[in-house]
Design a protein around this ligand. Structure first.
Ligand code: ADP
Ligand code: ADP
Ligand code: ZN
Length: 216
């Protein structure tokens, strides 16, 4: 099964994608993570993306589409994938349709994660991640069981994203409203859009997503 998790920054896409990946073996495809890896390793793509990401603006469609196209073509994606942070514009959505058709693949569900705007900034500002295994945490909503130690891999190193601050969040929300929200009617018209309550606790959001997938 191939799905999209669609929602604003901080909605919980990465959190839910990680859980689906570990329970169901679907592959999480996060364009944000791919871009951050490109920035960290200083590739051409990384150099082009860095400044835009720090400002909270979107990276140009052609760069993102190339990135995801190469990734979807890899054999592990045949098990099913979760798109997290892609598509983010109508041009990306159309490019996705085209590449899936070319590869004889199909999009099964688009899960909209709805969260109040006020809660999003709080989520993003408190977010941190294990530097070693990438498990996501939150200062208030998901602390490691032992302070300062990753639950999954035992690492004591964590990272915080440079763009996870209240100021950049404003730009990211403007980009979301203007460029990504129009994807909701795009997918609704095709009958693949299902909404879950992103304000609920993480376990409840997960339960709702599993129910959507079970009905697919
Ligand atoms: P969030 O957790 O806010 O949803 P992401 O990790 O998905 O953020 O993305 C971080 C940044 O990477 C975005 O603000 C944007 O600059 C860039 N980015 C990620 N995915 C895309 C995409 N599909 N199209 C354009 N830019 C993207
Ligand atoms: P996205 O990938 O959509 O940007 P994340 O999954 O990284 O969002 O979640 C953003 C932050 O909010 C993380 O620190 C995460 O631990 C926390 N979070 C995720 N889901 C919930 C939830 N349902 N309730 C409270 N906090 C949450
Ligand atoms: Zn870890």
């Amino acid at each position: 099964m191939n799905i999209i998790l669609l929602g604003p920054p901080g909605a919980g896409k990465g959190t839910q994608a990680q859980r689906l990946q570990s329970d169901l073996g679907m592959v999480q495809l996060s364009t944000g993570d791919m871009l951050r890896a490109a920035v960290a390793s200083g590739t051409e793509l990384g150099k082009k993306a860095k400044g835009l990401m720090e400002k909270g603006e979107l990276v140009p469609d052609d760069l993102i589409v190339g990135l995801i196209k190469d990734r979807i073509a890899q054999p592990d994606c045949a098990k099913g994938f979760i798109l997290d942070g892609f598509p983010r514009t109508e041009a990306q959505a159309r490019a996705l349709d085209k590449m899936l058709a070319e590869m004889a693949m199909k999009l099964d569900q688009v899960v909209e994660m709805e969260v109040d705007e006020k809660a999003l900034t709080e989520r993003v500002v408190g977010r941190f991640t294990c530097a070693k295994c990438g498990t996501g945490y939150h200062d208030s909503f998901k602390r490691p069981k032992v302070d300062g130690v990753c639950d999954v891999c035992g690492s004591k190193e964590f990272t915080r994203r440079k763009d996870d601050n209240a100021e950049t969040m404003k730009t990211r929300m403007v980009a979301y409203r203007a460029q990504t929200e129009p994807l909701l009617p795009y997918y609704r018209a095709r009958g693949v859009l299902k909404k879950v309550d992103g304000m609920a606790a993480m376990d409840e959001v997960y339960r709702q997503i599993r129910a959507v997938l079970a009905g697919a």
